[in-house]
Design a protein around this ligand. Structure first.
Ligand code: KG4
Ligand code: ZN
Length: 331
């Protein structure tokens, strides 16, 4: 069983070929970071135009790398949302064209769900578990009882975690995307240099808020001289505050619901310090903390192929009328 996975939800054009549940034949990700860097963030119009230029060439590259022809593909998985709508539609329309010309089923999937379940590309995880998806567009906590069996426990009320990183990096003009830049600076910094707030940490819900933290960080920067020396410390303190809230609330949810496994996915989950905090804190509570490899945390076609494979096995395919969505609920 061979599934092609396509993701064009944001600024990466990603395609992958997956044999059965775990054998990845190819995984091609073309990043547009260089195009958007001068703007300090993704420009939706530029992103969708670039996807449409790149997608056919990358499809051919994916097949070549996988050593197969298009006619051997059994199903075409594609992100139908949530994402930048112009970008989503490029992948979706390309997938529909392929499904039609190859006579193979289309399997339209939810990008957040693909992040939450990407771990199954590399290992099995026993249900139930709590999944925290932390990306540039979303921060959402889910109770997962099986594929397709999700309950939203909480989400961000304003900025996504990655969005706060990106906006701070943009404000300081230190690079884009902000997450990796801030991780690198933080590695050399003192984590308790500034006592940034931990928004909503003690509230009896599983929601998050990162906009206030971002603002206090920016206010701090406005009021203090930023030097090469203290920049690392300020970044490390900000990063620590954000990850403290993410870990504390997710672990509390696991304790409250008596769940012994937490899976963290999405671009921010590629951060080494985030992984360390989750592992250490989870250990204290006898909870297992699990992560995909970093390349499957940031946007990729493989996670889409993995989820589509599951739906295909269960007989759930999509019609060629499938719509694209900028916002999309997870069920
Ligand atoms: O999952 P993803 O690739 O795309 C979305 O679905 O949004 O996540 C991208 C986000 C960006 O905000 C980026 O700054 C953040 O993930 N990110 C990181 C790291 N690598 C990417 N954040 C913190 N540390 C990182 N190493
Ligand atoms: Zn994503």
């Amino acid at each position: 069983m061979l599934v092609l996975g396509i993701d064009t939800s944001c600024d990466d054009t990603s395609l992958a070929l997956l044999r059965d549940d775990k054998t990845l034949l190819s995984n091609v990700v073309s990043s547009q970071v260089d195009l958007h860097r001068v703007f300090g963030g993704v420009v939706p119009e530029i992103a969708s135009r670039k996807h449409i230029e790149l997608i056919d060439g990358l499809y051919k590259e994916t097949l070549k790398e996988g050593g197969i022809s298009g006619s051997s593909v059994d199903g075409i998985g594609v992100t139908a949302g949530p994402g930048l709508i112009g970008s989503v539609l490029v992948g979706l329309c390309f997938a529909k064209g392929l499904a039609l010309s190859l006579g193979k089923p289309l399997i339209a999937v939810n990008h957040i769900e693909a992040h939450a379940m990407s771990i199954f590309l590399e290992r099995e995880v026993e249900f139930p578990f709590i999944a925290l998806v932390v990306s540039g567009g979303h921060t959402i906590m889910l109770l997962i009882r099986g594929f397709g069996k999700y309950q939203v426990l909480g989400s961000t009320r304003d900025d996504a975690a990655g969005e706060a990183f990106d906006k701070i990096a943009k404000y300081l003009g230190i690079g884009y995307p902000g997450g990796k830049v801030i991780e690198n600076l933080s590695a050399k910094g003192q984590r308790d240099y500034v006592a940034f707030p931990r928004p909503m940490i003690d509230e009896k819900n599983y929601d998050f808020s990162f906009s206030g933290l971002k603002t206090s960080m920016i206010n701090y920067i406005k009021k203090h001289d930023i030097t090469d020396d203290n920049l690392n410390d300020i970044m490390a303190s900000f990063q620590e505050a954000a990850f403290d809230v993410l870990a504390s609330k997710t672990i509390r949810a696991a304790r409250d619901l008596e769940i012994s496994r937490i899976v963290v996915g999405g671009g921010v989950a590629s951060n080494g310090r985030l992984r360390q905090i989750f592992v250490e804190r989870c250990r204290e509570d006898d909870i297992e903390a699990l992560f995909s490899s970093p390349e499957f945390c940031t946007d990729n076609g493989a996670m889409v192929a993995r989820l589509a494979y599951q739906y295909y096995l269960e007989g759930t395919t999509s019609s060629l009328n499938a719509a694209g969505f900028s916002r999309m609920k997870i069920h």
